[in-house]
Design a binder for this molecule. Structure first.
Ligand code: ADP
Ligand code: ADP
Ligand code: ZN
Length: 215
């Protein structure tokens, strides 16, 4: 099963993708994580992407599509596309990448959220520096203070682009370039809407129901 999690920054894509990866053996393919990794390592892709990401704008379609192409074969139990595709070109590139492998999308899960609430979600977001698990200052603290629930690490980090000004640009990019790809998937009958304002557990249950009733 190959699925897309679609929604603006802070909608909960990463949180839900990580959970599906743990529970179902699917593989989370997050272009944001891949790009941050490239920036940290100082690769040619990272050097190109760094300033674009800091400004909250979109990295080129060719770069992100190539990153997905390199990882797709590792997702033998199914891929969770998290933060990809973000433009019509990327949606087309994904169709080709999947068709080349005799695969096709099963669901496009849209997390429907309220933009104002997202600013709070993003400015409160932090992750485990070791395993990447996602937390929030108010909505989702680790069960034991200062200790990652997943891996036990005591080190956490915050993204440099998780500030209000950059978030506004990222939301504008979502509205202008990403939301318009929904009709493409709508026509194929693939779009499933989930209330992303519900709690993390409620959103997870709604996604599970979609995946379980389609098997
Ligand atoms: P995205 O990957 O879509 O940008 P994240 O999964 O990183 O979003 O979530 C953004 C922030 O909001 C994180 O700090 C996360 O812990 C928190 N969060 C995720 N889902 C919910 C939810 N349903 N309710 C409240 N907070 C949430
Ligand atoms: P969020 O979790 O807030 O939705 P991501 O981690 O997915 O953000 O992406 C962070 C940044 O990385 C984006 O603002 C953009 O600059 C870049 N990026 C990630 N995925 C893509 C993509 N598919 N196309 C273009 N740029 C991307
Ligand atoms: Zn961890």
């Amino acid at each position: 099963m190959d699925i897309i999690l679609l929604g603006p920054p802070g909608a909960g894509k990463g949180t839900q993708a990580a959970r599906l990866q743990t529970n179902r053996g699917m593989i989370q393919l997050s272009t944001g994580d891949m790009l941050r990794d490239a920036v940290a390592k100082g690769t040619p892709v990272g050097i190109k992407a760094k300033a674009v990401m800091a400004a909250g704008e979109l990295v080129s379609d060719a770069i992100v599509s190539a990153l997905i192409g390199e990882r797709l074969d590792s997702a033998t139990e199914g891929a969770i596309f998290d933060g990809f595709p973000r433009t019509a070109h990327q949606a087309e590139a994904l169709e080709l990448l999947l068709a080349d492998r005799d695969r096709k999308l099963d669901h496009v899960i849209e997390l429907v959220v309220d933009e104002e609430a997202l600013v709070d979600r993003i400015t409160g977001r932090f992750t485990c520096a070791c395993c990447g698990a996602s937390y929030h200052d108010h909505f989702h603290l680790p069960k034991i203070e200062g200790t990652c629930d997943v891996c036990g690490s005591h080190e956490f980090k915050r993204r440099p682009d998780d500030n209000e000004a950059t978030v506004r640009t990222r939301m504008a990019e979502y509205r202008a370039k990403t939301a318009p790809i929904l009709p493409f998937y709508e026509e194929k009958g693939l779009v499933r809407r989930v209330d992303g304002m519900a709690s993390v557990d409620e959103v997870a249950t709604a996604i599970d129901t979609i995946l379980d009733t389609s098997q």
